[in-house]
Ligand binder design. Sequence first.
Ligand code: HEC
Ligand code: HEC
Ligand code: HEC
Ligand code: HEC
Length: 282
Amino acid sequence: MARNRSRTALLAALTVTALSASAFLVYGWQSVPVKEDPLVRMPGTQPDNGVSLEAPGRCLKCHAGFNAEVEPGFNWKGSMTAQSARDFLYWSCLTVAAQDSIWAVGTPNATDICLRCHFPKGWLEGRSDPTNGSAMAGADYDGVQCDFCHRMYEPFYQDAWMGEREGSDWVGDWDETNASATPSQPAADETHAADRTQASSILEFNGQPFFANDRPPTSYTEAGSGQYYVSGNAAKRASFADAAARHQMLHSRFHKSKYMCGTCHDVSNPVLDNWARTGPIR
Ligand code: HEC
Ligand code: HEC
Ligand code: HEC
Ligand code: HEC
């Protein structure tokens, strides 16, 4: 009898251990819905904000196959930028980052931030839940892609428009010299109006407008770490006022500036910093 009792006790102890271990595992790897997690919040166009991007396949019909040395298509396809979502090093690091995140804040959610830069289409269209990337699909895997970059707009559009943000190292460009039949200033004015419309849909996390008098809050001085602003308007934005596109387009001085690339190439992860201020989310 004594032997049986101790065996029952042992079994009970093992069961408790096994249950709590699996409970811990489930708890650890379960990502909290991103929308409910203040730790990963950063300004910019948010997921499910009505922005949906065209897949690169469409762009390649016209912007590829004519001159591999200069065409956008060929040069994009061979870049790491285009492979940012397929890169096996990225996937390995994503797993490590998820483990670190569980260790530090109890959920793998910090990897939402990775998806924001490496999977911009899927992130914008609401497929970063769960944060291990398993909901990503189709052209999401084309990483940093044509329509994503060509729909980005400048959150400091007012200062940029006034010539106070980006400097003026582009003033010698052909279409900026007024030598072109399509001078740049009226095109820049049109883009400014379009930016204002887009900015009006950006809200604070408390639901209040983020922009006032055409500017973000004064404490907001840069939009790095993947805080991109992406237009819901399908017009393609790039540097040339006088391009004769076969679709709607907007002249964008932002696309001539370092700030455009700096949106993602200036990286830090806000999760630990936010954690230090707000503590655990559950
Ligand atoms: C039906 C053909 C066609 C398709 C499809 C197409 N484009 Fe274009 N696009 C053009 C042409 C033509 C131009 C003008 C090129 C020039 O002036 O040298 C252009 C110009 C542009 C410009 C330059 C605008 C500027 O201000 O410099 C961008 C950016 C652009 N396209 C992006 C895209 C993207 C992104 C897609 C896919 C979502 C796409 N295009 C699909 C034909 C097309
Ligand atoms: C990482 C962001 C990014 C991606 C991805 C990207 N572009 Fe661009 N693209 C730019 C920028 C910035 C410029 C402006 C360059 C300049 O001012 O010289 C540009 C210029 C252009 C132009 C203007 C004409 C030219 O050749 O300079 C076209 C057309 C264009 N891109 C189409 C595309 C297409 C099509 C794709 C996808 C196959 C693509 N881009 C992918 C950022 C991007
Ligand atoms: C703000 C945008 C941004 C965020 C957020 C971000 N990355 Fe990146 N990542 C980049 C850029 C840009 C590069 C390329 C840097 C370069 O080559 O100079 C890069 C490169 C990498 C590389 C190197 C790939 C190679 O083949 O050399 C790995 C791995 C990687 N990122 C993983 C991650 C993981 C994991 C996370 C989340 C913890 C993450 N990234 C978050 C923008 C970002
Ligand atoms: C949406 C965020 C994002 C933006 C905007 C962005 N990049 Fe990147 N870029 C990445 C990521 C992510 C990688 C890393 C991909 C990897 O190695 O897995 C990368 C990689 C690169 C690389 C590595 C080398 C290669 O072969 O491509 C270069 C160069 C680069 N980007 C240039 C630029 C330039 C120039 C701009 C601005 C016109 C730009 N990027 C804008 C996210 C971005």
